[in-house]
Design a protein around this ligand. Structure first.
Ligand code: 2M8
Length: 439
């Protein structure tokens, strides 16, 4: 099984290569996305560590803004053929103006460790190139996206969460009023609407009108976080984003130690973060939720994001055990013989098995939870999910997402992060356990 997965996965990653990067897929996404790149290079690190190191270095040096910010897309050209919104909307050279879940810290550590086995000198050079960039990005997040020093950084756009049309964002978005003309404009701009089969699964034109409203809100303020933070209608402490940032900070500490750097500032972030994340736990339901900065309330919608604090080692062992029971119970796994976690709970009023992040199973977030089970010492759940995810991919192919009832592949075929994370699962490395020793 392992060899078959590895061969096909590598074929896909090769096919999706362009301009020195690996795109999410070869057909629609015309650029290199932040968290896709992170997940892609985690798999690549295990096959071609030198290339993975080169690509991450080059992505960081081309995408990073002067102030340290890392945008969520580095485009290949000033004009996109199909993908919307392209650089003309973002108004920031070849990049977008928002970020994405900060997975690059633990991705860089993964590459560093593989490279060290092959060439310690190259590994040191890689560390020297990427560590300061990642540190600067994290510092910016803590200084400008958490001015109140809660230990939790804010996101300003649903796309920053990576789980674009998650029901978690419904209420905050409903407060943004958009006119019929704005909805029409969104409709006319979206070429993916031409592909009827996929378009019906993706966010609606109404959603897009609001997404564009938020982009313009930020662009008009020159992407100045100080101006945006107090005014933007969408200001959320996202539980997945912050858990991933925690794990990337742990990775930065390991890298700092390797490179002889001081890690005090990062340790302080971790201390504050742990308190912030613990505050997102809801006793009644046994899960972790996002917090809306405007209302101060937890957004109690059950989605896969509720489980991601496991990846950061935040839940106590009792909490983790209960979370595993919820994940494998009727609300999430349901009757599916495979242990897969849908993006949204089956009991949520907005659950739909075909609707993008409102139900379908996505590999990267399942991977975060599975590694979270591993971290919590829940070996049975970890093993079972690894087995079923590989079975799913072998039987159905490397899709962007899957129907949680029928397991049918959906969205775009031959998707890069599905391929690269399949490599990580098939090789069953002990690598991640090493990361967990810090914290
Ligand atoms: C999807 O998001 C982009 C916007 O960033 C889109 O729909 O146009 C999401 O699935 C996101 O998580 C992912 O990084 C991106 C590329 O795969 O596509």
């Amino acid at each position: 099984m392992e060899l078959k997965v590895l061969a096909k996965a590598q074929e896909i990653l090769k096919k999706n290569e362009k301009g020195g990067f690996i795109m999410p897929d070869a057909g629609y996404y015309e650029g290199a996305w932040l968290w896709d790149t992170g997940f892609i290079e985690i798999g690549e690190a295990q096959m071609h560590p030198e290339k993975a190191a080169e690509r991450l270095e080059s992505w960081l040096s081309q995408a990073q803004w002067k102030n340290g910010f890392l945008p969520h897309i580095l485009f290949f050209a000033q004009k996109t053929k199909k993908y919307f919104p392209g650089p003309d909307i973002w108004q920031h050279d070849l990049t977008s103006g928002i970020t994405q879940p900060p997975v690059l810290g633990f991705c860089a550590l993964r590459i560093y460790e593989s490279l060290k086995e092959k060439s310690p000198q190259k590994a040191r050079q890689f560390l020297k190139a990427v560590y300061p960039r990642l540190f600067k990005y994290h510092r910016l997040l803590f200084e400008e996206r958490d001015p109140e020093k809660s230990g939790l950084v804010s996101i300003f756009h649903p796309w920053e969460s990576g789980l674009d049309n998650s029901p978690r964002w419904e209420e905050a978005l409903s407060k943004i009023m958009v006119s019929d003309n704005q909805v029409k404009e969104a409709k006319n701009s979206r070429k993916d609407i031409l592909n009827k089969k996929t378009a019906s699964m993706r966010p609606t034109n109404q959603d897009y009108a609001r997404y564009l409203y938020l982009v313009r809100f930020m662009a008009e303020r020159g992407y100045d976080n100080q101006k945006i933070y107090p005014e933007i209608p969408f200001n959320i402490k996202d539980v997945l984003f912050n858990s991933v940032l925690y794990a990337s900070n742990e990775a930065l500490i390991l890298m700092a130690v390797e490179g002889g750097e001081k890690a005090e500032e990062i340790k302080n972030w971790l201390y504050r973060q742990r308190q912030g994340l613990e505050g997102l736990f809801d006793q009644e339901t046994g899960l972790y939720y996002d917090q809306d900065v405007k209302s101060g309330q937890l957004i109690k919608r059950k989605t896969i994001a509720c489980f991601v604090p496991l990846f950061a080692g935040i839940p106590s062992s009792g909490q983790a055990q209960k979370m595993a029971e919820i994940a494998s119970g009727p609300e999430f796994k349901g009757d599916n013989p495979l242990f897969l976690i849908p993006s949204t709970a089956r009991t949520d009023p907005s659950f739909h098995p075909l609707a993008y992040w409102r139900g379908p199973v996505w590999l990267p977030v399942n991977w975060l939870v599975l590694r979270g089970f591993e971290r919590a010492g829940l070996a049975a759940e970890d093993k079972e999910m690894t087995k079923t995810l590989l079975q799913l991919i072998l039987k159905k192919g490397f899709w962007e997402y899957y129907n949680p009832d029928t397991n049918k592949g959906l969205g775009r075929a031959d998707f890069s992060w599905t391929a690269s994370l399949a490599i990580d699962l098939a090789k069953e490395p002990n690598f991640w356990k090493k990361l967990w020793r810090v914290g």
